[in-house]
Design a protein. Structure first.
Length: 315
């Protein structure tokens, strides 16, 4: 299942409206026969890709799938549950169920009705994290929001005049570009767009075509060429795609935190002191007890001279 989850990550942020699923097919002798992951645009599905690769070796084997195989027939392709039945697999291991009402429980029931042994649950926590965009859209009607903050040691996100290029070093910035490649949209405030003139694209070799749509948060919505305009955080659900990366500045970050729609924090901490720089404004807390227990540390690592901490919202 861990291998299937890794495959599913290959196209995170590029499979909307479908989830980024991974699938590993093991033949009856226990050898890997097929690998698949949801392709850009949502088709082919991971199971279809793995079954095509495995061919007859799928018969009597086991499929490890990160999400319940779909049960509905689409103009874009057959149901994956039907494909697995037709291929003659003996066992299907699924990380989590599919909340799509067209499939929810139906895919698993169809497999079991065909005499296939079905196991649900291995890798569930990692699968929910991997497909958080798809799951958040279904549960909350909005994309999964990651807030990126580059901070100095004294907590500043920019100089006092709003300039923030560059707080972190080249390794941390490269990691930030990798994160951009995994999102359908990247969002900044109008002030950042006008002061920094950021390109907001992916500048990593081989990933240039993975650049997300550029969004500006602006109450007046006065058009800016090349940008999608978002009138307010409350309109977040109107954005296309399942993953939004918010890159600031301070006022925009605070607006998303105040609305409690941030699901993940990327804190890049640089070993510098700015002094009299801009920090986060009011995020809506009235008591320190409200601040505790909101965030769980998921990952921490060094990126060159900088430090990355990844937090997940505890809900």
């Amino acid at each position: 299942m861990a291998a299937a989850l890794t495959l599913g990550q290959r196209t995170r942020g590029r499979t909307t409206p479908n989830p980024n699923v991974g699938c590993i097919l093991v033949d009856a002798e226990g050898r890997v026969a097929g690998r698949g992951w949801t392709q850009p645009g949502g088709r082919p599905h991971a199971e279809a890709m793995a079954l095509t690769q495995a061919g007859e070796r799928a018969r009597g084997g086991t499929a490890y799938v990160t999400l319940e195989p779909c049960a509905h027939v689409s103009p874009r392709g057959p149901a994956c549950a039907d494909l697995l039945v037709a291929a003659g697999v003996a066992r299907v291991v699924v990380a989590i169920g599919d909340p799509d009402p067209r499939t929810d429980g139906v895919g698993l029931a169809r497999l079991r009705a065909a005499g296939i042994d079905v196991v649900v649950g291995p890798g569930a926590e990692d699968a929910r994290r991997s497909m958080a965009g798809f799951l958040t859209r279904r549960a909350l009607g909005r994309p999964f929001v990651t807030l990126k903050l580059a901070l100095s040691l004294d907590g500043a996100v920019s100089l006092s005049d709003g300039r923030s290029q560059w707080i972190t070093g080249p390794v941390a910035r490269a990691h930030g570009h990798l994160e951009r490649s995994r999102h359908e949209a990247i969002l900044v405030g109008r002030g950042t767009a006008e002061i920094d003139r950021p390109k907001l694209n992916v500048r990593l070799a081989g990933l240039g075509d993975h650049s997300p749509a550029r969004v500006v948060l602006s109450a007046d919505c006065a058009a800016m060429p090349g940008f999608v305009m978002l009138p307010g955080v409350e309109a977040l659900g109107e954005l296309p795609g399942d993953h939004v990366l918010v890159e600031g500045g301070a006022a925009t970050a605070a607006a998303f935190l105040r609305a409690d729609v941030v699901d993940r924090l990327l804190l890049y901490r640089a070993p510098i002191l700015i002094g009299h720089g801009r920090t986060l404004p009011d995020i809506g807390l009235t008591d320190l007890t409200q601040a505790h227990g909101r965030w769980r540390l998921h990952d921490a690592r060094s990126l060159g001279s900088d430090r990355l901490e990844v937090y997940e919202r505890a809900r």
